[in-house]
Design a protein around this ligand. Structure first.
Ligand code: RFL
Ligand code: PHB
Length: 389
């Protein structure tokens, strides 16, 4: 088989890139290790920046997002029983949109199917060959049958555990990593959200986040120990702990119910450089991970897709390699800023096992500075709504 762009990974990065390329008549094949149902069962991001929304529009996939997404003009931050608001619209003129990653992915799959784009599911043993030559090709198997895909370029959109990053030789690749000493236990429940805006809560018992998907579907997280397992936490224990970490007046309004999903995610900051090796380009979680505090993961994946899509367009439409030659540099410049914001917001909101009383005082002082200082709020708002591409 032959295509112009071989896309490894059918998560949001891979699918969005495929649909954008399709709008310009650039052919691609998406290779996904799992089934579509499996990909759609993963509960992940919930907050979209305008940059991602614009890309979904450009890909022709934003109708449902505009109909069902909930614009958010601000967010709430609490510490103990104190709570204040950061107004995104006042400081930046721009809201964010609450619309689940599952729905983004569902819309992209639907568009891919409608436009007859090729996706191979259940692919195994993906190996990328010749990425440093003009004739890259990808070997893979499906149901035990071996296949070869020849292409002009390979987009590595296969997430943190994928093969694309590993294809870049160790003497070319440099990785930067920070592991946090805690995880997030998340649940999804068919209950109305406790507040119409998100609450990021700092408490002496640990961080909590009250988020949502729609008016009858809530997403809540609590900071947990890395050794915890989801089955260690009954729903009752989760709700009790959440109530202790958010302001009392919010806890009094919390509607609880059975969880329909419960999972634990470790927190990590990670960047690999460069994001290009020859004709292989890394995109999204394949190249970088942020802790979820601040909702930057999917949104940073989207900015990579933007730079890569425009680089490939420039190549096919204008015969120019300028865009692909500067891809890694442009993508990384924005990635590092999202890394900084996510690291800063995580450090501000979580309790750390080795935190001294002085460290705790510094956290509270910084939160109170944010509460009282318009310039600090503006800086937070600009980062939260998404830095420009
Ligand atoms: P994905 O979504 O991991 O997709 C990669 C796909 O590649 C497939 N794959 C392979 N396919 C073929 N061959 C191989 N060898 C393969 N290896 C892997 C996988 O099956 C998968 O389908 O990466 P992508 O597309 O780059 O998307 C990144 C986002 O998923 C991620 O950044 C976000 O979910 C992070 N994130 C959040 N981001 C936000 O912007 N806002 C949020 O509110 C937000 N909340 C979150 C999050 C991530 C979380 N978890 C669980 C890590 C909340 C949580 C709890
Ligand atoms: C979510 O709704 O899953 C979510 C929202 C905001 C975050 C992280 C996750 O910062």
């Amino acid at each position: 088989m032959k295509t112009q762009v071989a896309i490894i990974g059918g998560g949001p990065s891979g699918l969005l890139l495929a649909q954008l390329l399709h709008t310009r008549g650039i052919d691609s094949v998406v290779l996904e290790r799992k089934t579509k149902d499996y990909v759609l069962s993963r509960i992940r991001a919930g907050v979209l920046e305008q940059g991602l929304i614009k890309l979904m529009q450009e890909a022709g996939c934003a109708t449902r997002l505009h109909a069902e997404g909930i614009p958010h003009d601000g967010t709430l931050i609490s510490y103990g029983d104190e709570m204040f608001r950061i107004d995104f619209t006042e400081h930046t003129g721009t809201p964010v949109m609450v619309y689940g990653q599952t729905e983004v992915t569902r819309d992209l799959y639907e568009a891919r199917e409608k436009t007859g784009g090729k996706i191979e599911f259940n692919v195994e043993d993906v190996v990328i060959h010749g990425a440093d030559t003009d004739t890259p090709h990808v070997y893979y198997t499906v149901d035990g049958t071996a296949h070869r895909l020849d292409c002009d370029f390979v987009a590595g959109c296969d997430g943190f555990h994928g093969v694309s990053r590993q294809t870049i030789p160790l003497d070319v690749r440099k990785e930067y990593e920070k592991i946090y000493p805690f995880g997030w236990l998340g649940i999804l429940s068919e209950t109305p959200p406790v507040n119409h805006e998100l609450i990021y809560a700092n408490s002496p018992r640990g961080f909590a986040l009250c988020s949502m998907r729609n008016e009858n579907l809530s997403r809540y997280y609590i900071q947990c120990s890395l050794s915890d397992k989801p089955e260690d936490w009954t729903d009752e224990a989760f709700w009790q702990e959440l109530k202790r970490r958010i302001p009392a007046d919010q806890a009094a309004n919390l509607v609880t119910g059975p969880s329909i999903e419960k999972s634990i995610a470790p927190l990590r900051s990670f960047v690999t450089e460069p994001m290009r090796w020859g004709r292989l380009f890394l995109c999204g979680d394949a190249a970088h991970i942020v802790p979820p505090t601040g909702a930057k993961g999917l949104n940073t994946a989207a900015s990579d897709v933007h730079y890569l899509y425009n680089g490939l367009r420039d190549f096919y439409e204008n015969n120019s390699t300028e865009g692909i030659d500067t891809y890694s540099q442009k993508a990384l410049a924005r990635v590092w800023k999202a890394e900084r914001f996510s690291w800063w917001f995580s450090s501000l909101m979580h309790t750390y096992p080795d935190q001294s009383e002085f460290d705790l005082k510094m956290q509270v002082a910084e939160i109170e500075f944010l509460r009282s200082n318009k310039a600090a709020q503006k800086s937070m708002a600009e980062n939260y709504i998404g830095l420009p591409y």
